[in-house]
Design a binder for this molecule. Structure first.
Ligand SMILES: [Zn+2]
Length: 371
């Protein structure tokens, strides 16, 4: 199997296949089915949450030869052209890329011309807040008197930078980051369909590494399949992601909570053999401390973690005081910030762990090991 194959093959082509973003799916499906489509939509949200995917689906819905509906056929000439990225009435502009500035101006000047292949011209302008003043004014003018045959899909990661005049002319949707559980179940579905052998833990690591983006997680999945020569195992994925040692963090924090300096140091010495990314370990520590603090407030707050992680979090929540958690978290933050300044990353990591132990509140009658 070629790299990148799954990421492309499993890109959603209908609203039914869209992962997450229920509110957008419902609103657009309803608008399409009742013929009440707005002429300009603004999608906000971080990268990789589905802005261009939604635009492509919408372009298909509007231009499918079987008629405007929320369920395009996927087979006709127009549907196929959109899938293959060669549909002339879907005009995509990335305003963040400077070289496209003149193209944008030209594109907007041609707005009034009728579509040449389909029913609607769909303009997707990504990172719209970065348009030049000239292009922006042209866009604004078009939004004031939009031609019948045009739908604008504007996308931005930074809606604060848009003028109120633009915001007021668009129907705005915020695309949410997808939780790792949602992404994990999508990866599982894909691999089952593709009959690729996998370990569930591996998918969890991939889903988390996708950081809210299905596209990124799918790209990583493709790499993992190539890396694992056709299967997806946890060990391979961890090695590929460079997250060696992250699984040791709960145990390390438990040493810290118990004041076991000797155990903690010998654990770090074992970790060092895997040449881990020490920054990633501190970042994993921060994330775990955060989960533990949340779990102390409400057990519901850790529902999205894997069963193994939930167990580790609950065990730590039972032995760490809220005050110590706050202090350890603060140490982890400054440790992360200062690590690049240290002459040796491992030593800095050891000092961070020993600092946490040194400031740990001792219990009555207790002897700290190693001191
Ligand atoms: Zn079609």
């Amino acid at each position: 199997m070629n790299q990148q194959v799954l990421a492309r093959k499993w890109r959603p082509t209908t609203f039914d296949q869209l992962i997450g973003q229920e509110h957008v799916r419902k609103a657009l499906t309803h608008a399409l089915n009742t013929g009440r489509l707005h002429h300009a939509y603004l999608f906000t949200g971080t990268r990789g949450v589905g802005k261009t995917t939604i635009a492509r689906i919408l372009a298909r819905c509007l231009n499918c030869e079987t008629g405007v509906s929320a369920t395009p056929c996927g087979e006709c000439r127009n549907c196929q052209a959109i899938s293959d990225n060669r549909f002339v009435d879907l005009l995509e502009v990335d305003a963040a890329s400077r070289t496209k500035v003149d193209d944008t101006r030209e594109l907007l000047e041609n707005v009034s011309y009728a579509p040449s292949q389909g029913r609607y011209k769909v303009y997707l302008i990504d990172e719209v807040h970065m348009l030049t003043t000239h292009s922006f004014n042209a866009l604004l003018k078009t939004l004031e008197e939009p031609p019948e045959h045009v739908v604008f899909l504007l996308a931005t990661t930074d809606p604060q930078k848009l003028l109120p005049t633009v915001l007021s002319r668009c129907l705005q949707f915020h695309l949410r980051d997808l939780g790792p559980d949602l992404i994990e179940s999508h990866l599982e579905h894909v691999l089952s369909e593709e009959q690729v052998t996998f370990e569930k833990d591996a998918l969890w690591h991939l889903a988390k590494a996708g950081r809210g983006s299905v596209r990124d997680a799918m790209t990583l999945l493709d790499q993992a399949i190539a890396h694992g020569e056709g299967t997806v195992s946890a060990d391979n994925v961890i090695e590929m992601l460079g997250t060696q040692g992250v699984s040791e963090i709960p145990q390390l924090l438990s040493d810290i909570a118990a004041g076991q300096a000797t155990d903690a140091l010998s654990r770090i010495s074992d970790l060092a053999r895997e040449t881990p990314d020490w920054m990633a370990l501190i970042s994993g520590m921060q994330s775990l401390l955060h989960h533990v603090a949340i779990a102390q407030v409400t057990d519901q707050g850790i529902n999205h973690l894997s069963p193994g992680e939930q167990k580790a979090v609950r065990e730590l929540a039972a032995v760490m005081s809220p005050e110590f958690l706050q202090l350890a978290y603060q140490f982890a933050l400054t440790g992360y910030r200062d690590l690049p300044m240290a002459s040796d990353a491992r030593s800095a990591f050891e000092m961070l762990v020993l600092r946490m132990i040194a400031f740990r509140p001792a219990r009555a009658g207790e002897v700290i090991s190693g001191s």
